[in-house]
Design a protein around this ligand. Structure first.
Ligand SMILES: C[S@@+](CC[C@H](N)C(=O)[O-])C[C@H]1O[C@@H](n2cnc3c(N)ncnc32)[C@H](O)[C@@H]1O
Length: 270
């Protein structure tokens, strides 16, 4: 089986590039035209002949990077745009790329990836990991069902399915049928704007964060009494002349018992 790089390079060699519309697409042009920060870091993965990048470059955007697994479209782009920064032409597998961007543009890239669930999850995760704080993923996703044919690109999907992958990682600002698609894609694509969800600091999810073992124990004893505690966590210091101090001393040096007490506390506050 050929690699993805070979597959796509062969498609360019054979001139089998039916996805290429030859100009910047109307929904993306409309989106670009309202952007004011011309220095924002923009990535176009699976960019192909990258008409969107040519447009942005001509509009004075200074920080646009295009990435593709095949060198053919990148070389073609370079010849067409000789003053485009060389370091912004990235020949690489998207899933191996590292970087930070304020905006990532999607167009007929998602639909070219073999539609296994794992690949689609990987796509969403990788997009999020490449975005800065407040970064946005913007673009077009095809809105038609998947066929069973593993070779039948473009691979489709639905609003519900895409949301499934994207909503754990992104806030959905807009995601609906595109109103201004090019005629051949009218009614067949969704336009979306997603902002990266900020991951909560780990501690914020920890119900024990900021609570001392002493407080935990005092609250548990006040709520349940020593007898109940003894039934739930079988340790001597709960059974024989129990006190907060002696129990604390034991729990601090006995991790398994401390864990049981903490779990009891978590259950008690749910
Ligand atoms: C269907 S074409 C779309 C090209 C372009 N976005 C457009 O709208 O014309 C898919 C592009 O993604 C590239 N591609 C596929 N898998 C890739 C990967 N894992 N990493 C980077 N590029 C990839 C292909 O080489 C191809 O240029």
């Amino acid at each position: 089986m050929s690699s993805d790089k070979d597959y796509w390079t062969q498609r360019y060699k054979d001139d089998l590039t039916g996805w290429d519309i030859g100009v910047v697409s109307t929904p993306l042009k409309t989106y670009f035209d309202q952007l004011t920060d011309k220095n924002m870091r923009i990535l176009i993965p699976g960019a192909g002949n990258a008409h969107e990048a040519t447009y942005l470059h001509k509009q004075g955007f200074t920080n646009v990077s295009i990435l593709d697994i095949s060198p053919i479209p990148l070389n073609k782009f370079k010849n067409k745009n000789p003053d485009f920064a060389e370091e912004h032409l990235i020949e690489k597998d998207f899933f191996k790329h590292k970087g930070t961007y304020d905006l990532i543009i999607e167009q007929t890239f998602f639909c070219s990836i073999v539609p296994q669930r794992m690949n689609r999850v990987k796509y969403a995760t990788k997009m999020a990991s490449l975005l800065s704080h407040n970064g946005k993923l913007v673009g077009l996703w095809f809105d038609f069902p998947l066929t069973d044919d593993p070779e039948k690109r473009p691979f489709g999907g639905s609003l519900k399915e895409y949301k499934n992958y994207l909503s754990p990682l992104f806030n959905i600002l807009t995601f609906e049928k595109s109103y201004n698609s090019i005629p051949q894609r009218e009614g067949k694509e969704l336009f979306g704007i997603f902002s990266k969800k900020e991951s909560k600091p780990k501690q914020a999810n920890n119900p024990l964060h900021g609570i001392t073992l002493k407080t935990i124990l005092e609250e548990l004893v006040a709520k349940y009494g020593w007898e109940y505690m003894d039934q739930k966590v079988r340790i001597n210091c709960f059974a024989v002349n129990p006190t907060i101090n002696s129990s604390l001393k034991f729990l601090r040096k006995t991790p398994w018992a401390r864990e049981k007490v903490e779990q009891l506390y978590i259950r008690s506050i749910k």
